[in-house]
Design a protein around this ligand. Structure first.
Ligand code: HEC
Length: 124
């Protein structure tokens, strides 16, 4: 029984370390975020649905099968695995979210995330 507990804790520990390493690694692969590029790409491709500050309240949001996700929350600290979010943007989603494969690069999406987060730190 004790052995089983030890193994379980060991596996959990490795999982936590692996997760932290993944997050640290992901922060390096996309390099410095280019917020100006993020802004341009966001305004061109996302704003109409996700809204000016990414809160999910764009001009045509109400006409879609599902409410566009609040990107400020989605990109925040609770979702640190960037590749998951980037993959979702490139693949699209059934509820009215178009696929951006071939339109945007992974780095573009990374820049968009930085732009949306920066946008929401501004008080107005
Ligand atoms: C035509 C409207 C529309 C456009 C344009 C659009 N989205 Fe979305 N987006 C949605 C909707 C609707 C959802 C919710 C989809 C669902 O839950 O099925 C969504 C979901 C998402 C999600 C959550 C995906 C998940 O399930 O993890 C992300 C991230 C996202 N959008 C980012 C973006 C980014 C970045 C852009 C611009 C490059 C963009 N969206 C452009 C409508 C849009």
């Amino acid at each position: 029984m004790k052995k089983l507990l030890g193994i379980t804790l060991g596996v959990l520990g490795l999982g936590v370390i692996g997760f932290i390493a993944l997050v640290a690694y992901e922060n390096t692969i996309y390099g410095e975020s280019d917020v100006a590029n993020g802004k341009q790409k966001y305004v061109q491709n996302c704003l109409v649905c996700h809204g000016e500050r990414g809160q999910g309240d764009g001009l045509i949001a109400a006409t879609l099968p599902k409410t566009p996700v609040n990107l400020h929350k989605k990109f925040g600290r609770l979702n640190p695995v960037k590749s998951g979010i980037i993959g979702a943007v490139l693949d699209g989603r059934d509820g009215g979210m178009p696929a951006f494969e071939g339109v945007l690069t992974k780095n573009d999406v990374n820049d968009i995330m930085a732009y949306v987060l920066a946008q929401n730190n501004v008080t107005n």
